[in-house]
Design a protein around this ligand. Structure first.
Ligand code: CA2
Length: 146
């Protein structure tokens, strides 16, 4: 059986759909999870969100041991966390950095990602539709590997 795809979400994304709809839309994180499961076509999905940096690091370690691929929206940790970057560096499989908004179109504080230089691919600006797009792209990469 193939290893699961880990979809990890960083701080505040549990509040998705409740504010700033002009940037992040009105879809909730529970709806995003459902979209990902629908796109997974037989692959198992581990879908998680945390507001705590250490918990995301622990989940990356879990994915290193048990996961086939990682899709991560690190939210604000994108711009601050060398610790998450260091953990992700140890992951041997494909990794997609995902952002709902186009971070490069926003203020300069959103431009310098610690994760992009080590990610296999980056998706930004597709809204929450970026999640199922990332799942399909991840499945393509996992199939190409086997
Ligand atoms: O666009 C993205 O997905 C971001 O990763 C979201 C982060 C932001 O710091 C990144 O620059 C881009 C912020 C997430 C804030 O969470 C929200 C929760 C509820 C409503 C709106 C946003």
């Amino acid at each position: 059986m193939s290893k699961p795809i880990y979809i990890l979400n960083g701080p505040n994304l549990n509040r998705l759909g409740t504010r700033e709809p002009q940037i992040y839309g009105r879809t909730t994180l529970a709806e995003v999870e459902a979209m990902c499961r629908e796109a997974a076509s037989g692959y198992s999905i581990v879908f998680r969100q945390s507001n705590r940096e250490y918990e995301i690091i622990d989940w990356v370690h879990e994915a290193i041991d048990e996961g086939g691929g990682i899709i991560i929206n690190p939210a604000a940790f994108t711009f601050t966390s060398m610790a998450i970057m260091d953990a992700l560096k140890m992951f041997p499989g494909p990794m997609i950095e995902l952002h709902i908004s186009n971070i490069h179109k926003r203020e300069p504080i959103y431009h310098k990602s610690y994760i992009s230089p080590i990610a296999t691919a980056v998706i930004a600006g597709l809204g929450t539709d970026g999640y199922p797009v990332a799942v399909r792209a991840m499945i393509g990469m996992l199939r190409a590997k086997t």
